[in-house]
Ligand binder design. Structure first.
Ligand code: AP5
Length: 218
């Protein structure tokens, strides 16, 4: 698995982040979540963060130029040499084409694109129930993944938790629309290249992880 370059695709709340973190912990290939990068930029008040905040809060997509620069610079960092998992990028055809070009220029080959498919009706419950440890960032869910001791993070013992500003039900509808309009067309794009694998993400998290490992041949 070391050295693999993967893209995890799928709808908002489909489990990309959950599965990417598991792959990172298990195989030491770094998770590159563009959503996390943007949230860090918003928190730090950087120029990118200032531009992205309102767009993200409305459930729309941040401009292709910003995203392509962000990912191009990130892939050059040392920790990506052992492989990476793109989580949330590319999200438009322009981003996918720019990614092809920048990987070619950097002499990097993409191994697989994996779509974690989940029907829309499951996603609102998944997203609105999500919360995160404010100290270490471990992800939880009101129904599907509660801390073992209520109010205490399993990983770091932290007791403060946060919910994302864009995880309100009304914003989720806009995020789903953006996904269907702008990101779904990438599936035929990667299918035509022969790199796309689709797995059923509408199952228990551990079952999805095992299926992912099967697809990756590990
Ligand atoms: P981003 O942060 O990428 O959000 P997203 O794609 O909407 O995906 P999520 O993080 O909501 O979901 P996920 O698939 O990671 O699911 P998770 O594992 O957390 O992007 C946010 C915003 O940033 C975008 O709207 C956009 O504005 C901007 N942006 C980012 N990238 C961009 C780009 N490239 N171009 C333009 N704009 C960009 O799971 C969700 C919940 O379900 C969790 O609580 C989890 O515990 C639970 N769960 C997971 N798997 C299961 C399961 N199998 N069964 C039951 N529950 C499960």
């Amino acid at each position: 698995m070391a050295g693999k370059r993967l893209i995890l695709m799928g709808p908002p709340g489909g489990g990309k982040g959950t599965q990417a973190k598991r792959l990172q912990d298990r195989y030491g290939i770094v998770q590159l979540s563009t959503g996390d990068m943007l949230r860090a930029a918003v928190k730090a008040g950087t120029p990118v963060g200032l531009k992205a905040k309102a767009v993200m809060d409305a459930g729309q997509l941040v401009s292709d130029d910003i995203m392509i620069n962000l990912i191009s610079e990130r892939i050059d960092q040392k920790d990506c040499a052992n492989g990476f998992i793109l989580d949330g990028f590319p999200r438009t055809l322009a981003q996918a084409e720019a990614l092809d070009k920048l990987l070619k220029d950097k002499g990097i080959k993409l191994d697989k694109v994996i779509e974690v498919a989940v029907p829309d009706e499951r996603l609102i419950e998944r997203i609105t129930g999500r919360f995160t440890c404010g100290t270490c960032g471990e992800g939880y869910h009101d129904k599907f993944k509660q801390p073992k001791r209520p109010g205490v993070c399993d990983v770091c013992g932290g007791t403060s938790f946060t919910r994302r500003a864009d995880d309100k039900a009304e914003t989720v509808v806009a995020r789903l629309k953006a996904y269907h309009d702008q990101t779904s067309p990438l599936m035929p794009y990667y299918k035509a290249k022969g790199t796309l694998e689709v797995i059923d993400g509408d199952r228990d998290m551990d079952v999805v992880s095992r299926d992912l490992e099967r697809v990756l041949g590990t």
